[in-house]
Write a protein that binds this ligand. Structure first.
Ligand SMILES: Cc1ncc(COP(=O)(O)O)c(C=O)c1O
Length: 331
């Protein structure tokens, strides 16, 4: 089976497992795991922020990041198909008392005029005050679309002037970096706080980080423990993340090339594919998925009328070509 359902499906290879086995560890709740510290310092530095905090999932990093900017009873604005709005099971409301309003953009982009029209500063006891704006880069359900850095800079300066703050769900910001050549620090500069994942395209088995100021990270450390996310000799997992940063960032370009190959096979304009995710409009999405499975290719539906293909570390050029031949036949 060639598995294109998600880039979270990768399994650590031998060299990553060796790095994990050899990791120097300590109790991270005591702040004594040297490998975790190395990972946190490295990731904070990459994004030009003061500090970072390792945690089990991107969802937890998003929840703690958004709550660091938005108090209970305040709102965050985001695109309608953002992971924080659709795929975190209401966590931001359930845990943090945060409400959301959304703008709609087919490619998940920043729509500044609409964001400005939604933005509600403190208007007394009548409207929910907007505290933050969240962007997702790349945007998962918009087909791995990259948010152009100029749009992000414009958003950041609007937010600065309006007294709002910016959260970036950067689960796949590495893909945006490799696709555009924009340094990670420039993505870091447009957000007050980021959540970044090691367990998607970078191929680590577990792990995400919240990235922000030292104060934000200190507070998030308390909340991480409160939510049951304080882990002990977790350098074993952080070592996988460090290995991934050393070996799996630049190679994301291969995943992007494979995604364009698959797009072409499915009748999608490859120029519309920014990174490693291809969304194929199909009125027969369920049947298409079943037929692909019968032919040895696993793909997933996103709703009843679209199919999603995701390339990743475990998909070789040969796999991509074989899958493209199968999908072209079915399409
Ligand atoms: C854009 C985006 N943000 C956040 C997450 C959450 O990551 P996790 O599955 O580690 O909770 C995902 C997961 O796929 C994602 O695609």
């Amino acid at each position: 089976m060639i598995d294109l359902r998600s880039d979270t499906l990768t399994r650590p290879g031998e060299p990553m497992r060796l790095a994990m086995a050899r990791a120097e560890v300590g109790d991270d709740v005591y702040g004594e795991d040297p490998t975790v510290r190395r990972l946190e310092e490295r990731v904070a530095g990459l994004f030009g922020h003061e500090a970072a905090l390792f945690m089990p999932t991107g969802s937890m990093a998003n929840v703690l990041a958004v709550r660091s900017l938005v108090a209970p009873g305040q709102e965050v604005l985001c695109e309608s198909r953002a992971h924080i709005a659709r795929a975190e099971l209401g966590a931001h409301g359930a845990y943090s008392g945060v409400t959301m309003r959304t703008w709609i953009h087919e490619r998940g982009q920043v729509d500044l005029p609409v964001i400005e029209s939604l933005f509600a500063p403190d208007m007394g006891p009548f409207f929910v005050p907007t505290a933050a704006i969240s962007v997702e880069n790349t945007h998962n359900f918009a087909g791995g679309a990259v948010l152009p850095i100029d749009d992000l800079r414009a958003l950041r300066s609007f937010a600065g002037a309006a007294g709002a703050r910016v959260h970036m769900d950067g689960a796949r910001v590495w893909n945006a970096h490799v696709a555009t050549g924009v340094p990670l620090a420039e993505y870091g500069a447009v957000a007050h706080v980021l959540a970044v994942c090691l367990s998607k395209g970078l191929g680590a088995p577990v792990g995400s980080l919240l990235v922000g100021t030292a104060d934000t990270v200190a507070e998030a450390r308390v909340w991480r423990k409160r939510m049951g996310g304080g882990m002990r000799q977790v350098g074993i997992l952080a070592a996988a993340g460090l290995y991934a940063l050393d070996h799996h960032v630049e190679r994301l370009a291969e995943d992007h090339a494979h995604a364009r190959l698959l797009a072409e096979a499915c009748g999608v304009d490859p120029a519309s594919v920014d990174t490693n995710i291809v969304v194929v409009p199909r009125s027969d999405a369920g049947e298409f998925v079943a037929a692909a499975r019968d032919a040895g290719v696993l793909v997933a539906t996103v709703g009843p009328t679209a199919v999603r293909l995701v390339t990743h570390l475990d998909i070789t050029r040969d796999d991509a070509e074989k899958a493209a031949a199968v999908l072209a036949r079915l399409a």
